[in-house]
Design a binder for this molecule. Structure first.
Ligand code: VG1
Ligand code: CO
Length: 543
């Protein structure tokens, strides 16, 4: 078997976004496109002799082809071994777990997360470093810079590797070990949580429904919830991963997980519902006919963390992305632990976790996790809730309402305007920036603007600076409106509008978030000229 050096030309569009490089499948299938990006990764990291790489994806269309290409390229770049999930599958949190458990040099994860899959839909690739987390910006910038000057890539000329049978095989000088995609992750969950308490809860008749959305978490949920915790087999729905997610949009929210929502709001509603996304790192938590906002979920897990064995001795600190509600800040203040506010994207939590500054992290976008891995983790969040319910012996709704009664409620919503023309989206952001001089001190409806800015973050560990991470309008009563452009979409531009108001009055905690935020929604529309500039009256998705 020989190593081939293939001449190539750079592509100008291989800049990783919030979470890796994401494009439509046909875009990835262009000649040399994937190879160029993989070569740019390998050129940006110094692969030490004897290094191992972890490799897997969420199983979407093009996963298997991409795995074969990456294996052959890894074999041409001095890796001693690649650990690949059986069938080329690893959920994102499981990949992070494998990188950490086996001390690999890093890993490559193939996923476009919550975006649809299929021959005309999305594919994605990202590099994770040895801590198990998404590469920080300095690495993704180096990869991008390399991708713009690349002139050749190296690949082993070899037949495809069998991916479906566990065990070792040889690829040139490199070993390929096909590993059980689920076992290491499931073992880690069993170490963190009180499985016997959860088993007893489920045996007592507490009914759960987990929607894997035909995405990667089906086998993980079956192994953990059914095999290890004893839930009835029909507790996991849409459990068979499909290359196109059954034509669905594997995003666990009230819009796209409607099949689950219908059940959990229906006549024979289970006590608990949950879903996860394409690559298994997002989660949605539902009680019986009750939705838990992700920002509240983070705060409640933080407030109850000591009920979970792994966090029995308390948590060091918490972190949330800037647009995530400040509900967790109140818990941190009560616990007298630090709370960090980072830009959007899990890569910004890695340094804080590595330095032991924070234990729990979360984002409003249905992402929650802890330092057990370096990715957000959908099933972990589900197990947190089941563990907390098992100990408190209260319903999800009762736990949330008790939390609001104690801390007040951060009423929260996000409105997404998807697939806008790029110029229109940029125009909205520019129009907002142009008002930075005049808005502070002004009155908008019943709100007074305290300040506005473009969020900038200085990493407290390595000092790196990330600018222009979202426009904030901060009001004198602590309410906020935030505007951001998405960094994960593949169709035009997406404007995300985040709305938050603090409500201390328990008598008003039962209000629907859209009603409670209605005036702020109007103000946000006016100040940004969102509707005129986007040509849209309504958001595409409300969460
Ligand atoms: C979105 C979310 C962000 C999340 C990212 C990756 O990014 O807002 O919070 O970290 O997706 O999630 P953006 O740039 O589109 O707003 V996943 O589940 O795609 O790895
Ligand atoms: Co995801």
């Amino acid at each position: 078997m020989s190593i081939l050096t293939i001449p190539t030309q750079p592509f100008s569009d291989q800049k990783p976004g919030t979470s890796g490089l994401r494009k439509k499948v046909p875009h990835f299938q262009q000649q040399h496109y994937l190879q160029n990006f993989v070569q740019s990764i390998f050129d940006s990291i110094d692969v030490p002799a004897g290094a191992t790489l972890a490799l897997g994806g969420d199983g979407r269309y093009y996963n298997r082809e991409a795995i074969q290409i990456i294996l052959k390229m890894a074999a041409a770049h001095g890796f001693a071994k690649v650990l690949v999930g059986q069938g080329g599958i690893l959920s994102t949190p499981a990949a992070s777990c494998v990188i950490r458990k086996f001390n690999t040099y890093g890993g490559i994860i193939l996923s476009a997360s919550h975006n649809p899959g299929g021959p005309a839909e999305d594919f994605g690739i990202k590099y994770n470093t040895a801590n198990g987390g998404p590469a920080p910006e300095k690495v993704t910038e180096a990869i991008y810079a390399r991708s713009r000057e690349i002139s050749q890539y190296r690949i082993l000329d070899a037949p495809d590797v069998a991916l479906d049978v566990l065990g070792l095989s040889q690829l040139g000088d490199m070993q390929v070990e096909v590993i059980d995609a689920v076992a290491d992750y499931a073992d880690l969950m069993a170490e963190l949580f009180d499985f016997s308490a959860i088993r007893a809860l489920l045996a007592s008749g507490f009914r759960i429904k987990f929607d894997a959305m035909h995405a990667v978490n089906g086998p993980y949920a079956r192994e953990i919830l059914v095999n290890r915790l004893g839930a009835p087999a029909d507790s996991v729905m849409n459990a068979v991963p499909l290359e196109d997610f059954g034509g669905g949009h594997p995003d666990p929210n009230l819009t796209y997980a409607h099949e689950l929502v219908d059940i959990v709001y229906g006549e024979h509603a289970p006590d608990f519902g949950a879903a996860s996304d394409g690559d298994g790192d997002r989660n949605m938590i539902l009680g019986q006919r009750f939705f838990v906002t992700p920002s509240d979920s983070l705060a409640i897990i933080a407030a109850n963390a000591t009920l979970i064995p792994a966090y029995r001795n308390g948590i060091a600190g918490v972190a949330r992305s800037m647009p995530t509600s400040a509900a967790v800040d109140r818990v941190a203040a009560a616990l007298n632990i630090p709370c960090y506010e980072t830009p959007t994207g899990w890569k910004f939590f890695g340094n804080l976790m590595d330095a032991g500054k924070v234990t729990l992290c979360g984002e409003e976008s249905f992402g929650t996790g802890s330092s057990h891995v370096r990715e957000k983790d959908g099933l972990w969040a589900v197990l947190c809730w089941l563990n907390i319910v098992a100990v408190r012996q209260q319903s999800v709704e009762a736990i949330v309402r008790a939390h609001w009664a104690e801390y007040g409620r951060n009423v929260y919503s996000r409105h997404d305007y998807e697939a806008l023309p790029t110029e229109a989206a940029n125009g909205i952001m520019q129009h907002l920036r142009a008002q930075f001089g005049t808005l502070p001190g002004s009155t908008l409806g019943s709100y007074q603007v305290a300040s506005c800015d473009d969020f900038s973050y200085t990493d407290p560990i390595d000092g790196s600076i990330s600018k222009a991470q979202g426009i904030r309008l901060l009001f004198t009563d602590g309410s906020r409106i935030v505007f951001r452009l998405s960094g994960t979409g593949t169709d035009g531009a997406t404007v995300r509008l985040y709305l938050e108001a603090y409500e201390p009055d328990a008598a008003r905690h039962c209000l629907d978030a859209q009603d409670a935020l209605s005036e702020m929604i109007l103000i946000a529309g006016q100040v940004s000229e969102l509707h005129a500039r986007s040509g849209r009256e309504q958001p595409t998705v409300i969460t």
